[in-house]
Design a protein around this ligand. Structure first.
Ligand SMILES: [Zn+2]
Length: 430
């Protein structure tokens, strides 16, 4: 009985220490430059705790102290910064026609990137596995040329953002028990209950998978246009359409992590048949292919060329071509209505228009979309919400995917390596 209580007390002391360390590390990683007193203020931790934990992080090589910051009239403060080469993370953005894989250092500075485009619209999970595994090997080799020979041994993990719903994203792929693996449901690209155990096995690194809209939202919330906003929505408009919803500072997931499938909510009783099989989905009106089809009629031979064709559409729009004007007017009207549904449902303070097509729309037509959104919103939440451009642009998805292993490192510390690949060179791994 007493042993049990003692055990629980020990466990809870450990939990509190881990939570405090996570608070401090999150602050230091996101602030880039800080100092002990600022860290104490930002986290609510006592100056003594901060001093002790900064000491531990310095010993682990995660942060470095050095340089003085003159505070107005007060004592000069020692700057605490994250050591960029303490660890690395890799993020992969699996789009519908391309896979972008990038490696970052611990300050989330991009070191190298690989991009593969596919003519085929439906990339098979096997193809994705092969491309990501090959890209990771190339990225590690390239990063070691720039940052020294220790990069591969210091990778915290690989995060992958995929289209579709990811059930149990919190469980690592290849975690051993197939009943606990994250499962990807992406009908629109033809993936039905797919797991990525094969990729985990090939990578031999911790692997984390989540929906691409959610990883983008995480990137915008940490480093971009949704930073510091407790109630924000990041909408991703590409060929597909999705959203990530932040309420009370946390990503809203729903009961099995499918929340945010805004692209498949309906704005019409009939309308075209969506890739999900239903009619009237937002995606089938405001996705890039849908808008291009409204402009010049459906043209399957142009599948895979949406980005160039959107540029042609915008050029025609600016030249005053009648069909282009009509297509863009319809897009503004429908996107405004679709966004107003988010405004009325979630009362966000900010909506970030992201995704490759969303970013182009925002660049060209943000005030028009805002007007259209406000016109369909209830007056009070409509007045309060700001509609803004993404700050990270296209790079947000891979960056967001790379925040998955980073977040895990913040919350749980160094990962257990799935193999003895580090030759004992690296401190901190169990
Ligand atoms: Zn749909």
């Amino acid at each position: 009985m007493e042993d049990g209580a003692k055990g629980r007390r020990k466990a809870s002391v450990r939990d509190v220490r881990r939570a405090n360390r996570a608070l401090l590390l999150r602050h230091l990683l996101l602030a880039r430059d800080s100092n002990r007193s600022e860290a104490s203020e930002a986290t609510g931790l006592s100056p003594t705790s901060v001093t002790n934990m900064v000491g531990e992080l310095v010993a682990e090589g995660v942060v470095v102290e050095g340089g003085q910051l003159d505070s107005a009239g007060g004592r000069p403060r020692t700057i605490v910064t994250v050591n960029p080469d303490a660890a690395y993370v890799i993020g992969a953005d699996v789009g519908e026609a391309d896979v972008v894989t990038e490696i970052f250092d611990l300050t989330m500075t991009r070191i190298a990137a690989r991009s593969r485009r596919f003519e085929e619209r439906r990339i098979s999970p096997e193809e994705v596995t092969r491309v990501i595994a090959d890209s990771v090997a190339e990225l590690l080799a390239e990063a070691e040329q720039v940052r020294g020979p220790d990069v591969a041994g210091r990778v915290l993990g690989v995060g992958v953002g995929v289209p579709g719903i990811v059930e149990r994203p919190e469980n690592l792929a290849g975690c051993g028990d197939p009943t606990l693996e994250p499962i990807v449901h992406a009908q629109v690209v033809g993936w039905d209950e797919t797991d990525f155990a094969a990729l985990a096995e090939r990578l031999d690194l911790p692997l984390m998978i989540d929906n691409g809209a959610k990883t983008t939202t995480q990137a915008e919330a940490w480093f971009g246009a949704a930073r510091g906003v407790d109630h924000a929505i990041v909408v991703l408009v590409g060929d597909g359409v999705g959203a990530g919803i932040i309420t009370n500072g946390r990503l809203f997931r729903g009961s099995s992590s499918s929340a945010g499938e805004w692209g498949h909510t309906k704005i019409s009783l009939d309308g075209p048949v969506c890739r999900c099989g239903a009619r009237g989905c937002i995606e089938s009106f405001v996705g890039a292919s849908a808008v291009l089809a409204a402009w010049r009629g459906p043209d399957p031979s142009r599948a895979g060329h949406e980005m160039e064709d959107v540029e042609a559409l915008l050029a025609a729009y600016h030249a005053g071509e009648e069909r282009a004007l009509a297509a863009m007017d319809l897009l503004v009207a429908r996107l405004g209505v679709a966004l107003s549904n988010l405004v009325n449902l979630y009362n966000p303070a900010r909506i970030v228009l992201a995704g490759w097509f969303g970013d182009r729309i925002a660049e060209e037509l943000l005030p028009d979309v805002r007007r259209s959104m406000v016109a369909s919103s209830l007056p009070q939440p409509g007045r309060e919400v700001a509609l803004v451009r993404s700050q990270l642009g296209r790079s947000a998805v891979a960056l967001g995917a790379a925040t998955l292993p980073l977040d895990r490192f913040i919350e749980q510390g160094w990962p257990a390596r799935p193999r003895a690949a580090t030759d004992g060179r690296v401190r901190g791994w169990s």
